[in-house]
Write a protein that binds this ligand. Structure first.
Ligand SMILES: NC(=O)c1ccc[n+]([C@@H]2O[C@H](COP(=O)([O-])OP(=O)(O)OC[C@H]3O[C@@H](n4cnc5c(N)ncnc54)[C@H](OP(=O)(O)O)[C@@H]3O)[C@@H](O)[C@H]2O)c1
Length: 298
């Protein structure tokens, strides 16, 4: 079988996931990785010009408007970046006969289901961010082409200021941390999500358009298992490689209702990822095993 290197265009280079993808995609050949300093995605004409000038054979979008609370007061910007931009990327990808890989969120659900959500469950986002991501999914679906949408959840990285970094930082400043017990989800290490995305894409190398035309659609892909925010926090503190730096003496339980935020959060959003495993033969490790590995980087 004759193989050649792929030209991959990656958006969201500076984000938690995009940072990792920029590394895990390297073996594909030429990776054109763009962040906000290279291209402001609100400029749709510039986005189209960029895609035309790169002529990628695969487009991966790890960019998004992810400020969940701010989205409540900036709904137009959230919709532009989470609906219109991915739609345009999907259209341009279709024109170039290039598959399009995009990410969505567990926040498309309302969090009232007591067992894990499958891809066939009814969506009902509770906030603007979730609505904008769902509209993005729908817009990509309408464009058609060869696309994969990976719905993921509770993404963290030890770079940046995601939840894990925040807990480690709070633990060094405060004696008590108050954490909610009633939000339950599947924490996902950005590096593992990037590795799984790249392994999935690698399976398509000989005919990626045909491969993703056949296998495309919406998939759930988060860390295996589920945990409450409270128990996740306890695990982060337990696995902290520098516990001697911690000031924290105790964790206190609280409830989401006691912490009003501009955006409502869904409570239980465990993802059933078995469809992804069935179709692509890949699986993300249990959230705690991944967290242990992530902490070894600190
Ligand atoms: N984080 C989570 O817990 C979570 C959960 C479920 C699903 N997801 C989804 O997973 C994907 C990756 O999330 P993430 O956590 O890696 O997000 P992230 O860290 O917030 O990264 C998003 C990227 O998009 C860029 N971006 C935002 N607006 C832009 C603009 N106008 N022009 C150019 N670039 C722009 C950001 O630039 P800046 O660096 O300037 O911000 C950043 O590089 C997203 O689709 C997200 O919706 C995330």
């Amino acid at each position: 079988m004759k193989m050649k290197n792929k030209k991959v265009l990656l958006f969201g280079r500076t984000g938690q996931l995009g940072w990792e993808l920029n590394r895990t995609l390297a073996p594909f050949g030429e990776v054109y990785a763009l962040g906000p300093g290279d291209l402001d995605l609100v400029d749709i004409d510039a986005l189209i010009r960029t895609i035309h000038s790169v002529q990628p054979e695969l487009i991966i979008n790890a960019s998004a408007y992810t400020a969940v609370d701010r989205a409540e007061r900036e709904p137009e910007l959230a919709m532009l970046l989470n609906e219109k931009v991915p739609m345009v990327m999907a259209e341009e990808a279709r024109t170039l006969h290039a598959p399009f890989i995009h990410y969505s969120t567990d926040y498309v659900f309302d969090g009232t289901k007591t067992s894990a959500y499958t891809e066939d469950d009814t969506t009902n986002p509770l906030n603007v961010y979730g609505q904008s991501k769902l509209k993005g999914e729908q817009a990509i679906g309408q464009v058609g082409g060869a696309h994969v949408i990976l719905r993921t959840s509770w993404v963290y990285s030890l770079r940046g200021d995601g939840f894990v970094s925040k807990v480690l930082s709070w633990a060094r400043k405060q004696e008590t941390l108050k954490i909610v017990t009633d939000q339950v989800g599947s924490p996902t290490w950005a590096r593992m999500l990037a590795e799984a995305t790249s392994a999935m894409a690698a399976r398509s190398l000989s005919d990626s358009w045909g491969y993703f035309s056949e296998k495309g659609g919406v998939y759930h892909l988060g860390g295996a298992g589920s945990v409450s925010r409270f128990d996740f926090t306890r695990a982060i503190l337990d696995l902290d490689p520098h516990p001697e730096e911690q000031k924290v003496k105790g964790l206190e339980t609280t409830l989401t209702a006691d912490f009003p935020t501009p955006a409502l959060r869904p409570l239980t959003t465990t993802l059933d990822c078995s469809r992804f495993t069935r179709v692509f033969g890949l699986i993300l490790p249990n959230w705690k095993d991944a967290l242990r590995l992530a902490m070894e980087d600190r």
